[in-house]
Structure formats: C-alpha cells, structure tokens
Design a binder for this molecule. Structure first.
Ligand code: NAD
Ligand code: DAU
Length: 367
C-alpha cells in the first residue's frame, strides 16, 4: 500500500468551499492523502466532487464532526497529521430560525475535532511536531462596520476588519463561529496545539447552495421568480471568488505562522441592490433575454433580523506575509458564475428539490 507524505483530514469537503479546497489539494499534491469527512447535510453534495472521486489520493468518510468517537477512529485509521476544518452550519437565516444545530456542529463539532487531534497527536513520540490544525472561519465574527459613504462608489466607509478587530458577533451563526474560533485559540494557548485560523469574507462561485444570495437569485431569475431583497438592499458585502479562497487556504495551511490569524477578502465591496442589478443584467444577457427583462422581479421584503450593515476586509497581512492576492476581477467572476449555474440546471433542480424545497417554501412563502 502506498505511503503518503501527508494525511490531511478536510471536514465539510462536500460543501461549497470545501469541494473546491478538496479538488485543489487532490490535484496539486498527489503525494498527500486527502480524507474528506462530511455528514452530508442538505448542503453537502458529493456530486460537487465527481471529477476527483476516483483519484488514488482521495477518500470520503461520512461522519458527524460532533461524534467524538467517530472522529477519533478516523484520525487513527488514516494517521491524520493535518486538519483543515470547514464543516459547519453556514446560513445566517437558518441560524435565526433555529440556532441549535449551529451550536452542535460549529461549537461542539469543532471542540470534538480539537480534542481528537490533541489526544491523538500528544500520544505520538514526536508529539505536535509536523502537525497542523487549521480552522476556516468567517469575517462575521467581527460584527458590522458602518456605511459612512452611502451614495459614493466603494469603499463605503474608511474602517476595515483587521486581525485585531474585537469580536462582536450578531447572528447566532456568527456567535457560534466566534465561539469555535475561541476554542481553537484556547487549544493553542492551553495545550500548545499547532493551530492557525483565517476569517474570510463572502464567497461566490460554482456549487454554492442556492439559499445564499448569488445562486438563489440566479436560479430565481432563470425561473422568473421574485428576487427577495432584504430591507433597503444598501447593506454591503466584500465578495471573493471561491477558488481564490481555496488558494489562500492552501497558502495558509502550508506557510501560515502557527497560532496566527489571517483575514481573507476580495477588496471588493458591493451594495446588495447593485449586485442584484448586475446579476439581473448578466443572467438576462446569457439567457438571450432583452436587457432589463427581469428587473421587475426585484422585490423588497422585510429585513433580516439583526442584519449586519457592512463587511469589508483588510487582507494586507496575508498579502504581505504569504504573497496572496485575489486573482479574478469581480465582473469576470460573476460572468463565470452565472454561466456555470445556467449550464448546470440539473444540479440546481436536484439540490432545490425534496427537503430543501419544503424549507424554502416555508421560509419564503413559496416564492
Ligand atoms: P456549506 O454550507 O456549503 O457546506 C458545509 C459542509 O459541512 C457541507 O458539506 C455539510 O454537509 C458539512 N457539515 C455540516 N455539518 C456537519 C457535521 N456536523 N459534520 C460533518 N460535516 C458537516 O458551507 P461553505 O459555505 O462551503 O462554508 C465552509 C466553511 O467556510 C464554514 O466553516 C463557513 O463558516 C466558512 N466560511 C464560509 C464563507 C462563505 O461565504 N460561504 C465565508 C467565510 C467562511
Ligand atoms: O461574510 C462571510 C459569510 O458570508 C459566511 O460566513 C456565511 O456562511 C455566508 O452565508 C455569507 O453570509 P451572508 O449572510 O452575508 O450571505 P447571504 O448570501 O445569506 O446574504 C448576502 C447578503 O444578501 C446579506 O446582506 C443578506 C442579503 N440577502 C440574502 C438573501 C439570501 C437578501 O437580501 N436576500 C436574500 O434572499
């Protein structure tokens, strides 16, 4: 049997960002074994990884990260020496409706992985040497920035989230992710576990579950359904193409300094309403519809509870230390993304059917 140079456990590898990370690692590092641990919740889809499932350095294990015994057994079986932890409940609106799964997976699940890694690695003769526990987190832990330039072009304010911005999470999702970040740092400070952490802004691209703004709206434009813009639509997000996030994760996993935090962002602020108009223009054009044909689908609905007004990232630490920068212009990324969803109608039909469809109808009254 082949001996691998490294054995990396990627959690949440069947999800949106995780599947891009798994593909990048499987292809770039043929001498690493990539073990994808995923519970396959509504958001996990193995179809996202069809092109790598036969690779000799890839394997999939269905498990719940909050199942401590299962995680310990997997770490032992595969002699795991690195963890890249992405598995989470990730949708803010779901966390507002029912926070409990967010605490179970994001907090208890992260703790279970940390403890499994600590016990396993401490018991080895070399201890923590050569090991790494990497937690993939979100900029939402920092709370919200103000919009101080509402009518101008981006940036919409002077302040940016830096690695020193105090934590002030607002949604249950953000609170759970903040808690998991604290546990990761506590495991370094208490036990010396070799951890590293990143906080990233909003991702977009292929294979994102169509409950999040960009794929939801592309799918609705495609089907002539309303586009539910929360409140005024003047909230600001900093968008990053998912492959650029995956490249950053690769860089930080290999070259980031232990116990450090790195912010990742696109330096690309958009107000929701402007982004929605861009999606309408691009989708209509690629569908061969007249310009503005779907503008009338834009519908302002009740605002999200506790809606964060603005996120914007200062990613200069990552750029200066590891030389990472986003590679794609936003308009090009959006064009590619819209084209992908339009070319992958069956993927959209599959993930929006069944249990998810029932949730969607309950949530948006069948829109
Ligand atoms: P996603 O919702 O698309 O996928 C999550 C994956 O985790 C799914 O495959 C799901 O099956 C799996 N999962 C959920 N609960 C699990 C459990 N208990 N045990 C094992 N697997 C489980 O998520 P995403 O958008 O790809 O986000 C991945 C990570 O990146 C998350 O930790 C998220 O907080 C973080 N993040 C996301 C964004 C973004 O814009 N999407 C930005 C910054 C950080
Ligand atoms: O910032 C990083 C975070 O980005 C990640 O940690 C989260 O996992 C990810 O879901 C994302 O959170 P957001 O809440 O910013 O993403 P979402 O796509 O849900 O919403 C983007 C913006 O669009 C937000 O201001 C709310 C608004 N929105 C969203 C939906 C789904 C609408 O106006 N209408 C909608 O139907």
């Amino acid at each position: 049997m082949k001996t691998f140079e490294r054995n990396i456990l990627v959690t949440g590898g069947a999800g949106f960002i995780g599947s891009h990370v798994v593909r990048l690692l499987v292809r770039k590092y043929p001498d690493y074994r990539i073990v994808n641990l995923d519970k396959l919740t509504y958001a996990g889809n193995l179809a996202n990884l069809q092109d790598v499932e036969g690779a000799p350095n890839y394997c999939f294990e269905r498990a719940d990260i909050a199942d401590f015994d299962a995680v310990c057994a997997l770490m032992r079986r595969y002699a795991i020496d690195g963890v890249i932890h992405l598995a989470a409940e990730t949708h803010v609106d779901r966390s507002i409706r029912d926070p409990f799964p967010f605490v179970r997976t994001n907090v208890v699940g992260t703790l279970s992985l940390l403890e499994a890694a600590r016990l396993q690695w401490e018991a080895q003769p070399e201890g923590f040497a050569g090991k790494r526990f990497y937690h993939v987190s979100t900029d939402e832990v920092y709370g919200a920035l103000e919009v101080t330039r509402p009518d101008g072009e981006a940036p919409y304010g002077d302040a940016l989230f830096t690695e020193r911005t105090p934590y002030a999470p607002h949604s249950p999702y953000a609170a759970a992710k903040a808690s998991s970040d604290h546990f990761v740092r506590a495991y370094h400070d208490t036990y010396g576990l070799p951890t590293v952490l990143t906080n990233c802004s909003n991702n977009y691209g292929p294979c994102q579950f169509p409950e999040k703004l960009i794929p939801l709206f592309i799918n609705n434009i495609r089907n002539g359904r309303p586009l539910p813009v929360y409140g005024s639509g003047t909230q600001v997000r900093d968008w990053l193409y998912v492959l650029d996030h995956a490249r950053a994760i690769d860089a930080v996993f290999h070259r980031g300094r232990t116990a450090e935090t790195y912010n990742i962002g696109g330096c690309n602020e958009w107000r929701n309403i402007d982004l929605v108009r861009l999606l309408v223009r691009t989708t209509d054009r690629l569908l061969g519809r007249a310009e503005g044909a779907s503008e009338g689908l834009i519908t302002h609905v009740a605002d999200r509870k506790g809606h964060d007004v603005r996120y914007a990232i200062d990613a200069s630490k990552l750029r200066d230390e590891l030389g990472w920068e986003p590679s794609l212009q936003f308009e090009e990324g959006i064009e590619r993304t819209v084209a992908w969803y339009l070319e992958n109608g069956p993927w959209l039909e599959r993930v929006t059917s069944g249990a998810y469809r029932r949730y969607y109808e309950e949530m948006y009254g069948g829109r």
